[in-house]
Design a protein around this ligand. Structure first.
Ligand SMILES: OCc1cccc(Br)n1
Length: 445
């Protein structure tokens, strides 16, 4: 514990109590509920994962963008009863403005596209990695923040855009060593549900609400889903029809039920034929139950899942052709996905695919006497200017330095000692081969 649990008097400075501890004199060293610290080893893993996200974005020719974590609440007020908008991390700032810690990134992307307006030429292919927030009652002890990699394409109405996004996801999995035996991607289209609602002449305004309800398939029982659907005013016949179609996992069966020439079927057939061309057909499967829980999806939707069924969705996304008009702007066809930083790490752990996250340093420079600290720092400085990662160590016993060199996987140990320095020399140990030699200080590369 950082402080004893003594009374606060032991912690005061002068006559005012320290402002960092409560009356009990103990500061809480944990981060706020539902949030994480990233100490060095965790940060190395996160940096490695984000580097994979960035490399795939580069391969796909996407441009990086960024936004404030803080957004106007108005960007996320939607009436569809989505979990994400019911758990807004929202508050009023000191200027009386209603703001949120963003729960997702797509609305910010849409806002920037609108703001850029005519100054950008379509298509746009943008990516970002950003922290997203939700305020969930900690009854379920779940996280309140995660980082999400988002890839979005604006201005391409055809399913080739969704096919591009699916390749990005498959490339990412392949870079991490995950195969299509570990993970699949369920693909469907909101137009399937649209077609079913049309079959039962269900009014358009119920579409989004029905989507949000059926997205809970697999989380709620069939009875609960049926009850919620009936509560929207759907007939039991329509409810049965919806549930029957959504349980389809074959495109040909879907075509039988919906009839040929239905846009939903045409889109999906096109997407699956692209998948063959890209070479990721074995990663994807049609599953009509996929609707995703965001109100604004209008077409193809998809989500990646672990085939053992132990984890929550790894990533998900879809087409959202009418989001911009909800912000009062001209619509631009768009599609994208979000890929969180938590479930993927759970999967890598499950599969024994976590990379080695130990430190690696090029050189340790160590002065054997205090009066050699100056020369040691000049040696460290010249090595750093040549691009070497150098740990300058002082005030330690040599035994500790050897242990430290092992701990941080240093390649070389450079010792600055009196007898050598008098001759302008330093001693170099190559730690992998134990080879040791003297070299003129200025000649060391
Ligand atoms: O994907 C839902 C979500 C949104 C924000 C924060 C967290 Br943790 N999870």
């Amino acid at each position: 514990r950082l402080f004893s649990s003594a009374s606060s008097s032991t912690l005061t400075h002068g006559d005012e109590a320290s402002t960092h501890v409560d009356a009990g004199g103990v500061v809480d060293v944990n981060p706020p509920r539902g949030t994480r610290d990233f100490p060095p080893e965790d940060m190395r893993l996160r940096t490695w994962l984000f580097d994979q996200f960035r490399e795939v974005s580069r391969l796909m020719a996407f441009e990086e963008v960024d936004f404030p974590v803080l957004e106007s609440e108005a960007l996320f007020i939607r009436k569809a009863g989505e979990e994400i908008t019911q758990q807004l991390y929202n508050f009023e700032d000191k200027g009386g403005r209603r703001v949120v810690l963003r729960p997702e990134i797509t609305p910010s992307l849409a806002r920037l596209v609108i703001k850029q307006g005519k100054s950008v030429s379509l298509p746009l292919k943008w990516f970002t990695i950003g922290q997203c927030w939700r305020y969930e009652r900690m009854t379920r002890g779940r996280r309140r923040e995660h980082y999400q990699w988002n890839m979005d394409i604006f201005g391409v109405p055809k399913v080739l855009a969704e096919a591009e996004l699916l390749q990005a996801i498959v490339l990412l999995f392949q870079r991490l060593g995950i195969t299509s035996s570990d993970v699949g991607i369920r693909v469907s289209s909101r137009k399937v549900l649209q077609a079913v609602l049309n079959m039962y002449s269900i009014p358009e305004h119920l579409f989004t609400e029905v989507c949000i309800i059926v997205d809970k398939l697999g989380k709620l029982t069939r009875e609960e889903i049926e009850k919620e659907l009936m509560s929207t005013g759907l007939s039991s016949e329509a409810v049965e029809g919806i549930i029957e179609v959504l349980s389809l996992k074959s495109l040909s069966k879907l075509e039988e039920v919906l009839g040929s020439g239905v846009e939903a079927v045409a889109d999906l057939k096109k997407l699956f034929s692209f998948a063959e061309q890209y070479g990721y057909a074995d990663w994807i499967c049609f599953d009509a139950s996929v609707v995703r829980g965001l109100a604004y999806y209008t077409g193809i939707v998809f989500e990646a899942f672990d085939r053992e069924g132990k984890l929550r969705a790894i990533c998900g996304g879809g087409r959202y052709d009418r989001l911009l008009s909800t912000f009062g702007s001209e619509d631009i066809p768009a599609c994208g996905f979000g890929f969180g930083d938590a479930v993927i790490v759970e999967l890598l752990k499950e599969k024994g695919l976590l990379p080695d996250m130990s430190r690696q340093i090029d050189d340790i420079v160590f002065p054997l006497d205090e009066e050699l600290e100056g020369p040691a720092s000049s040696i460290a400085s010249s090595l750093r200017k040549k691009g070497r990662a150098v740990d300058l160590v002082a005030d330690k016993r040599l035994k500790w330095v050897f242990k430290h060199a092992e701990r941080i996987n240093a390649s070389r140990l450079i010792l600055v000692g009196n007898s050598e320095w008098e001759r302008g020399m330093i001693r170099v140990k190559i730690l992998s081969t134990r080879e040791e030699f003297e070299v003129k200080a200025g000649d060391l590369e």
